[in-house]
Design a protein around this ligand. Structure first.
Ligand code: CA
Length: 535
């Protein structure tokens, strides 16, 4: 059965490849003659990200970052993406139907598609080009072997240059607690999960918001999947990496298992169900609209006591004028994860490499120029440009480091400002520099990041970003979404007590296996074995 499936997949791959060969020129037709002629080179770039951004502004003029890069590299840039496209994914698929006629393709979350089409011959394998013509990318990949392994396809080739979060700071989310409420109720910062339960019970029962009503919501999140991650508190792993759909994780012996089917997970569920029935967890955690919990339960109603969220945005509530005028003592500070059986960990962290970036079409006649363009953004000058914008416009050099102007720092949405006005911080292929973000993270946020960094609390065995082969990807596509939908529904019912955990558990695990949980773990295991073998 299995072989038959692989065979039919190969047939599809072969057919698609011939389509591409018919539709475009072959990559061996190389006309570029090196740097001397680079000034005559023009690259057609189809970059479409976040469902709206291209390299140009709405008048069709290149954004400052790309105009500057074009001058510096001597490469003319022709932005061929549709600025009013329906979505970035659709715009990419439309290009696929035309055989990817432009030179460079990019956007966010495109990596799986680029790699799929790349293995069919539509994108250039970049390994040799990086070696010969991209000294900055080569240097970066040599220094960051994890990134290189993560972007290497099952056939050993690299098809895209990725957006890489700054490896010097992977801390993302932290537990935040109302320390003004702790003080008011004369409580200590909790060190263990048992301490924390007592604190949250006091939040629930002792009216820390002082309105005479038992209306406090001790623990809440902006997303239902983040609330489920609370199971971490009792030692259970929940997500493999920074994606809620990744639930196959590594144990301490380097073996893959499905986190949601483990005995640890069951034990944690029993504890979380107790908290839910004690009123410690947001009763609306499943139905509340995503991303509304913090603005509602902090700014609007002063009911929320604790969350687990992104450090920069959560700490910014301490500077929220509307909130402070109503609650002058408001203080929301990070605490280290409390211990359970003497141990604690932080599972959430930034991905080591994102599925964003760009790639060179097999139709590109000047791949040396294309890789030179991409390499520029990994050079010190190009990296500053794409992280901070054009020097003198959005930042100046202070003590050897780029410092944003006051105009940038006063923005409530710095990212949005940089995307709109500069084209900086687009998820093209480049190394993100955490200094861009730390400059507008407030003191409480900086302290939270330092607390998590210094306590060395981030788990080391996240599920790496890895590339599946065709058979593994077919298993993943067949199983993962369907399985996750079933797990979500059952686990939510077990947390809220609609299903009794002890009497449900065995049939829950059995049904997960019927839906292919074991095959999924096998696919992850074989991909991981290959990942580890990449040199
Ligand atoms: Ca109250």
């Amino acid at each position: 059965m299995k072989n038959k499936k692989v065979l039919s997949l190969l047939l599809i791959l072969t057919m698609s490849t011939s389509t591409f060969l018919l539709s475009g020129c072959s990559n061996s037709d190389k006309n570029a003659t090196g740097d001397a002629s680079m000034s005559n080179v023009e690259l057609k770039i189809h970059y479409h990200g976040n469902d709206k951004y291209t390299l140009s502004d709405k008048n069709g003029k290149l954004k400052p970052v790309f105009e500057y890069a074009s001058e510096k590299t001597g490469i003319k840039i022709n932005d061929v993406a549709n600025p009013v496209g329906t979505s970035s994914a659709n715009e990419f698929q439309l290009q696929a139907t035309q055989g990817f006629p432009a030179d460079i393709y990019g956007g966010n979350s495109l990596a799986p598609e680029i790699i799929k089409y790349g293995q069919q011959g539509a994108f250039v394998g970049l390994n040799d080009l990086i070696e010969k013509d991209a000294p900055n990318i080569k240097k970066f990949l040599d220094a960051n072997p994890t990134v290189k392994k993560s972007i290497t396809a099952a056939d050993g080739k690299i098809y895209y240059i990725p957006y890489v979060p700054d490896p010097s700071n992977l801390v993302s989310r932290a537990y935040f607690l109302r320390t003004d409420w702790l003080k008011k109720l004369n409580l200590q910062t909790p060190k263990t999960v048992e301490d924390l339960e007592k604190v949250l019970l006091a939040f629930k029962n002792n009216d820390p918001n002082g309105n005479g009503q038992k209306d406090e919501i001790p623990y809440f999140n902006d997303k239902v999947y983040e609330t489920i991650r609370l199971l971490n508190l009792w030692g259970a792993r929940v997500y493999g990496n920074d994606s809620y759909s990744e639930r196959v994780v590594l144990d301490n012996n380097d073996n893959m298992y499905h986190a949601w089917l483990s005995d640890d997970f069951k034990n944690a569920l029993i504890n979380m169900n107790r908290w839910y029935s004690e009123g410690l967890i947001d009763p609306e955690f499943i139905t509340r609209k995503a991303n509304t919990a913090r603005p509602t339960l902090l700014t609007k109603s002063n009911q929320g006591g604790m969350t687990h969220e992104w450090i920069a945005s959560t700490s910014s509530y301490n500077d929220n004028a509307e909130l402070l005028s109503a609650v002058p003592d408001f203080k929301f500070e990070a605490i280290v994860p409390p211990t359970y059986n003497g141990k604690s960990f932080e599972e959430a962290q930034r991905l080591s490499v994102k599925p964003d970036g760009w790639a060179i079409s097999a139709n590109c006649k000047t791949p040396e120029a294309a890789i030179k363009w991409m390499d520029y953004f990994f050079s010190p000058e190009g990296s500053n440009l794409t992280n901070f914008g054009v020097e003198g416009q959005t930042w100046t050099m202070k003590d050897g480091k780029p410092a944003f102007t006051d105009e940038v720092l006063k923005q409530t949405g710095v990212n949005n400002y940089l995307w709109e006005n500069q084209g900086a911080q687009y998820p093209i292929g480049y190394p993100m520099n955490y200094a861009y973000e730390s400059q507008w993270t407030n003191k409480i946020g900086q302290e939270g990041t330092k607390l998590y960094t210094d306590s060395n609390i981030l788990i080391k065995n996240t599920t790496p970003v890895m590339q599946f082969n065709a058979e593994e990807k077919a298993t993943y596509d067949k199983v993962n979404n369907t399985l996750n939908t079933y797990l979500d529904e059952q686990v939510e019912k077990m947390i809220t007590g609609q299903l009794d955990i002890n009497s449900t558990w065995d049939s829950y695990v059995k049904q997960a296996k019927v839906l292919g949980a074991d095959d999924l773990v096998k696919a992850y295991s074989s991909a991981y074995k290959r990942y580890k073998s990449i040199k």
